[in-house]
Design a protein around this ligand. Structure first.
Ligand code: ZN
Length: 351
């Protein structure tokens, strides 16, 4: 048995929603994606946006930037309805516990709109928390338990102030991590350690925020030192700055998932530059590792009066990729099959 995955051996039972892969002996791998409405098999993920923000409660981040406040339930459902009407199936919500995540609304909106949502536990940058927030001081092992609790038993609805207490049945499906320019050292080390331990024990994927794409290699080194496989890691915002493609190719060579989520954010770069970058990654052989998303804010959701909407990839950006010569089959791989692999939880069942 692989170190760190024995957590599942006793607790899990075979489910028809899980994909199985016999590996010989008495052990059997299973893979499943946890959405807020239950487990699905990886192939059920369908057309997936790999990094969005569907809700964000008012809090410290929104005080700095009001576009980070996304708190109208009906408008978000309207946006999800648009996504669904265009063939959208799944959205990954990247806001973790205690930082303005609205777990109850994620579950309700998913049920109402019929869109699968994969939610996050874990932690964000300190700017998302008030000065005296528990995330700044809690012990790494206590945080590990909290993250596992949210992955296996259900998410908490609170935690923006005091330690969270109110739990619902909807579970988190991934562990979000984040660092700013300080990287994984200093005050963030304790949090990265907690996330790595929770990922090793639960088999859940880690989705990690990089600041303008920088520091990705340090994050990967830390996680793999804790025993995680590179394909359990999703590195966010690698396309925010386009000034160092060589660095991104180096990141890609480690085997992690490359999340390109700065599409349609024209203050950073044009769609044409984004298309060029994707072509380079494909040419270098990394087509199986590419994930796409819009990293939505209030300013970028149509139903809130924003500049683009959850229709932007399918209606505007993906046609540009096709025009640049990327086949429909390959686009399908990037939008369906890659997220199906990236967001699956992995474990070994002992029979
Ligand atoms: Zn984000």
């Amino acid at each position: 048995m692989k170190a760190g995955l024995n957590h599942f051996s006793a607790a899990s039972s075979l489910s028809s929603k899980r994909s199985h892969e016999d590996v010989g002996g008495n052990n059997e791998h299973f893979y499943a994606i946890t959405t807020v409405t239950g487990e699905i098999a990886p192939e059920e993920i369908g057309y997936c946006h790999s990094h969005e923000h569907l809700f964000l409660k008012k809090g410290p981040a929104a005080d700095i930037d009001p576009s980070l406040q996304i708190d109208d339930y009906h408008k978000t459902v309207e946006e999800l309805n648009l996504f669904k009407s265009l063939g959208g199936t799944t959205i990954v919500d990247a806001q973790p516990i205690g930082s303005g995540r609205h777990s109850k609304w994620l579950m309700a909106a998913s049920q109402q709109a019929g869109v699968q949502i994969v939610a996050s536990t874990g932690f964000h940058k300190f700017m998302f928390y008030p000065e005296n927030h528990w995330i700044r001081t809690a012990d790494a092992d206590i945080l590990t338990e909290l993250f596992i609790d949210e992955l296996e038993n259900g998410m908490y609805v609170d935690g923006e102030g005091a330690w969270p207490t109110e739990q619902i049945s909807a579970k988190a499906g991934l562990i979000k991590t984040a660092s700013d320019f300080e990287g994984v050292g200093g005050p963030y080390y304790r949090l990265f350690k907690a996330a790595a331990q929770a990922a090793a024990a639960s088999g859940a994927p880690i989705m990690s925020h990089t600041e303008l794409g920088r520091g990705a290699l340090d994050q990967i080194k830390l996680f793999t030192d804790f025993g995680l496989a590179p394909d359990q890691l999703i590195l966010c915002h690698l396309d925010r700055k386009m000034d160092n493609t060589d660095y991104m190719l180096h990141v890609a060579s480690t085997g992690v998932y490359l999340e390109l989520d700065t599409i349609g954010r024209f203050k950073y770069h044009s769609d044409e530059e984004e298309v060029e970058l994707i072509l380079k990654l494909i040419k270098a052989g990394y087509e199986n590792q590419i994930l796409l998303g819009l990293d939505t804010t209030r300013k970028r959701l149509k139903s809130y009066g924003g500049e683009i909407g959850l229709d932007y990839l399918v209606n505007t950006f993906l046609p540009k990729l096709r025009d640049a010569g990327v086949s429909t089959t390959l686009i399908r791989k990037i939008m369906h099959e890659n997220p199906g692999r990236a967001f699956r939880k992995r474990g070994i069942l002992t029979t």
